[in-house]
Each structure stands twice: as structure tokens, then as C-alpha cells.
Design a protein around this ligand. Sequence first.
Ligand SMILES: [Zn+2]
Ligand SMILES: [Zn+2]
Length: 170
Amino acid sequence: MTGRKDWDTYFMDIAYMASTRSQCSRRRVGAVLVQGKKLLGTAYNGAPMGVQDCSEAGCMLVEEFEVKLVDGNEQMVRKQRCIRTIHAEQNLLLFTDRSDREGSSVYVTDQPCWTCANMLANSGIKEIVYHRAYPKDSDKVNALMTDCGIVLRRLEAYVPPAGILTDVMN
Ligand SMILES: [Zn+2]
Ligand SMILES: [Zn+2]
């Protein structure tokens, strides 16, 4: 098919455009709020206003142990995570009105982490559409969304616009 973009692609493209504002080199996340076909907000992951971000002060790394399946065996893997930023989904909630969120959809470049999913579950939205998987919290998040009756959809065939940095450091 040529020509016009479908709505999913259109809004995910905008989420990826928002992600280009992020200054965290470990993961650039963008999120947009959509009511029907109307764009009601955009956000990305970043430090609070008025304080240094990751590009200025470096990432604020914490180490965590994660259980991972390696060749069929569970192994403890040490991982680093940047905690300097407010996540894109959280910024989206901070900068949109509850009345705009009721019954709306969030398009987000990455599957929400547990904390963001928990907050989105209480935000009034009814659907989350994402592109990149986030396996660490995936099982918990899927179960939560089922319990809350929120639709969680992955755009597996989606390809981000050319020229956008999509590297992720896990
Ligand atoms: Zn960072
Ligand atoms: Zn998050």
C-alpha cells in the first residue's frame, strides 16, 4: 500500500518525534495522548525542568539484579538503569488533564515499565499502543492491563521514521 499513513503509524511517528527531545542516551522514549483522532499531549523522558539532564550531568545510574533466562536456565544478571529522568508516560500524565484522558489512548515508543503502567492504569486512559518491547516488566504489565480492562497493543510491524535515534541500552 502506498500513500496515506494509517492512524497507528501517524501517532507512533509523532511519539518517536517527541522521543528525539530526550537527552538520556540510554533510552529515548516518547509518548502522546490521543482522544479519538485528536492529539492532546506529547511528552518524552527527561529530568525535571530547571535541573541538569543526562546530556549535561550524565546518566544517574543504579545497579539492579534481574532474573533472566539464559539457555533455559534462570540467572541473576546485573543491570544498570538511569533514574535521572521522569518517564515519558509520567510526564504525559503531569501535563495533561484528567478530563482529556478519560477514554483516550496513549501511543508510546516503548512498552511501559511497571511504575508507568501502574500510573496509566489509574489515569483514565483505555488503551496503550507501543512499539518496542520491554521484557523486564512485560508479564506484570500485561496481567495488570488485563485486570484493569485496558487494551495493550504492540505495533510489531511498525518501522520508526528514518533518521531517528532508536538505540536502546539495556
Ligand atoms: Zn539518563
Ligand atoms: Zn516508565
